[in-house]
Write a protein that binds this ligand. Structure first.
Ligand code: HEM
Ligand code: HEM
Length: 179
């Protein structure tokens, strides 16, 4: 069974970890205490990782367009092909739109925004109304991303359990059971 390239595999797992971490940070930040600055710390990490995800998505799309991925296994039905490719495409769209909406939404933060304390991130200068719209968008896109992850994992489990074909080796995890 052919695999994705090492670069694609590294980007996939590095970004999956960062995205899942950022979803957790975003959804749970209300439970983090504010008194000792912990919430500020968590949100600064959230924003810095989010901007890193945005930059890595651009690199990843560039890599994806210039390196052909391994073909899907031949037994996939046409419906499964459309679903798998649709989820992948939606992932790329969400990986761009989610951090971008967060960046625009946080634009009016009086403290400004630094990337891991190293440099200041540029501002868009948006109005309050625009920032609020992007806040809504950020929340909806966050839930959309969670749904996509659930579909993605359900698809992979379906192929492992029902089709007895392990797709994980395509993404660099373990050895293939069947060619
Ligand atoms: C892929 C990257 C990102 C993911 C997965 C993500 C996910 C989330 C989620 C799920 C929430 C909770 C939404 C809610 O219930 O209100 C959230 C909140 C937030 N995000 Fe992100 N985010 C990302 C990137 C960013 C970026 C780049 C910024 C800003 C530079 C940002 C700024 C914020 C802020 C300020 C909140 C808190 C909003 C509030 O107080 O209600 N996020 N994020
Ligand atoms: C935030 C989480 C994740 C994101 C955004 C994500 C995104 C993607 C994308 C975009 C692709 C298609 C690559 C391409 O052809 O361009 C892909 C493939 C793949 N992913 Fe994920 N993924 C995530 C989590 C996971 C997890 C948790 C697993 C393991 C259960 C997984 C296993 C795989 C496998 C095996 C493939 C290759 C199989 C195939 O081509 O469908 N991914 N992923």
């Amino acid at each position: 069974m052919s695999r994705y390239s090492k670069v694609a595999i590294t980007l996939h797992w590095l970004m999956a970890a960062m995205i899942i971490g950022n979803l957790a940070g975003g959804l749970l930040h209300d439970f983090v205490p504010t008194a000792g600055g912990q919430r500020l710390f968590v949100m600064n990490l959230h924003k810095s990782f989010g901007l890193t995800i945005l930059a890595l998505t651009l690199v990843r799309i560039g890599w994806r367009l210039s390196h052909k991925p391994p073909a899907l296994p031949g037994y996939f039905t046409s419906g499964e092909r459309v679903l798998a490719k649709g989820v992948h495409l939606a992932f790329y769209a969400a990986m761009l739109a989610l951090p971008l909406s967060g960046w625009i939404m946080a634009d009016r933060n009086a403290r400004g925004q630094s990337w891991f304390g190293l440099f200041e991130v540029p501002k868009f200068g948006v109005s309050k109304a625009v920032a609020e719209t992007f806040h809504e968008a950020h929340e909806i896109l966050g839930w959309t991303m969670l749904v996509l992850i659930a579909l993605h994992i359900a698809g992979i489990i379906k192929h492992i359990v029902l089709d007895r074909d392990n797709l994980l080796p395509r993404m660099g995890v373990g050895r293939a059971r069947r060619a």
